[in-house]
Design a protein around this ligand. Structure first.
Ligand code: NAG
Ligand code: NAG
Length: 395
């Protein structure tokens, strides 16, 4: 018998060389500690981070910013805007970036860490600790508090990669992608308590070519929320819960609004969430629309509203009573959806009277409530079903 050991050895060697080439940044590296950051969790390191960004952007070769292990207090706003460097800028983070404990410091800013008008930024690894607890307590106590900052925001940017990043306890949303093109997020973890207010996991709007994969989100609001102007969005292999589910919307608050088109949500598990797959629009006139949506291979574990379209959203009954949603919803497919509902109505399609839902397809859907078939309720919704569909649809 011929030993295959040498082959194994050589492949292992190639693998090591290859993975080192992947992990080791090319070009020049700026270490935030060498630029004055202190890994003690209490010395403000904002300036060192900004200096590292400026140095990386000023470099003519590709540049990396390295954050070693330790806790780094970033007691102000990090703002990375237009970068002169035409190569990719890589943030390799082994440590934790800690937001100020006093929510007044960043609470009125849109983002704690923001990148704007950048092309080719990669963030690899690391933990962002938003320290949102103080602000949530303020909000939950009904006091007057600032809205809170998003932990990480990308605005008007393209060719962004975020991998292996953890976001903890954001004041408001964890990650927002706004006005961007080609953004890939892989292997993220988002974590905040189920009762933390407005702590959406990842919010996408006015963006195209965004991909979220292999990600675990536990939070107090939507795990992923998809706003107006989101197109060609791909979500795959995500675990959500606790949280409010994956939501397209709220849409249609504005009269003139961009639509949502071509969204795939596949291989997702929802556990103990308020919603599973949700589409939500305000009961107000609007030019918005939602079309070509696929929800596929989804497991529901004790979800309150597994499949829901709600076109009568009108919080506090302000500015919408008696009005009808103008958002047209069409071609939404639910395929291979299984599991348990925490309420008797597992499928609820409550569509607009003037713009009824069209082309709703249910295929191989099996949802139970207390070990019995759950119920379905449809208003102004038309479509087809095929394969086993339980509850039998009301389309
Ligand atoms: C839909 O979006 C995916 C990426 O999520 C893209 O690959 C595909 O080409 C898009 N389809 C159309 C018709 O634009
Ligand atoms: C509607 O919004 C789009 C994009 O925000 C804008 O370009 C357009 O001019 C607006 N149209 C009207 C009628 O306001």
């Amino acid at each position: 018998m011929i030993s295959n050991k040498p082959i194994l050895f050589i492949s292992a060697l190639i693998l090591i060389i290859y993975s080192q080439a992947q992990a080791k940044p090319r070009g020049v590296t700026f270490d935030v500690v060498q630029l004055g950051a202190k890994p003690d969790g209490k010395t403000d390191s904002s300036k060192a981070f900004m200096d590292a960004w400026k140095a990386a952007c000023g470099s003519v070769v590709s540049a990396s910013i390295y954050v070693p292990p330790g806790r780094f207090l970033v007691n102000g706003l990090f703002f990375g805007d237009r970068c002169e460097n035409k190569n990719n800028v890589l943030f390799r983070i082994d440590g934790v970036l800690v937001a100020p404990e006093d929510f007044q410091v960043t609470g009125t800013a849109a983002n704690w860490i923001e990148f704007r008008e950048v092309d080719g930024v990669t963030i690899s690894g690391g933990i962002l600790d938003g320290q949102g607890i103080g602000l949530w307590d303020c909000k939950l106590a009904g006091e007057s508090c600032p809205p809170g900052a998003t932990t990480l925001g990308f605005t008007a940017s393209k060719n962004i990669r975020i991998k292996g990043l953890t976001s903890l306890n954001s004041q408001m949303f964890h990650i927002v992608v706004n006005g961007c093109e080609n953004v890939k997020m892989d292997g993220l973890e988002v974590s905040a308590p189920g009762n933390s207010p407005n702590t959406d996991g990842i919010h996408v709007q006015f963006s195209s070519g965004v991909r979220i994969s292999n990600t675990k989100i536990s939070t107090g609001d939507d795990c992923i929320s998809i706003g107006a102007g989101s197109t060609n969005l791909w979500i795959e292999n995500v675990a959500c819960g606790p949280g409010h589910g994956i939501s397209i919307g709220s849409l249609g608050k504005e009269l003139n609004e961009s639509g949502v088109e071509n969204v795939t949500v596949k291989t997702v598990t929802f556990s103990d969430t308020q919603n599973g797959a949700r589409i939500k629009t305000w009961g107000r006139p609007s030019s918005g629309f939602v079309k070509n949506i696929l929800f596929q291979h989804i497991i529901m574990n004790n979800v309150q509203n597994p499949l829901v379209i709600d076109q009568n959203y009108c919080p506090s009954k302000k500015g919408c009573p008696g009005q009808i949603s103008g958002v047209k919803i069409s071609d939404v497919t639910y395929q291979d959806i299984h599991g348990t509902s925490a309420t008797d109505v597992a499928v609820k399609f409550d569509c607009s009277k003037t713009e009824p839902c069209e082309g709703i397809k249910l295929e191989k859907v099996e949802l139970t409530y207390r070990s019995r078939p759950a119920e379905a309720s449809c208003t102004n919704a038309a479509g087809t079903e095929s394969g086993i569909v339980v509850p039998s649809s009301c389309l």
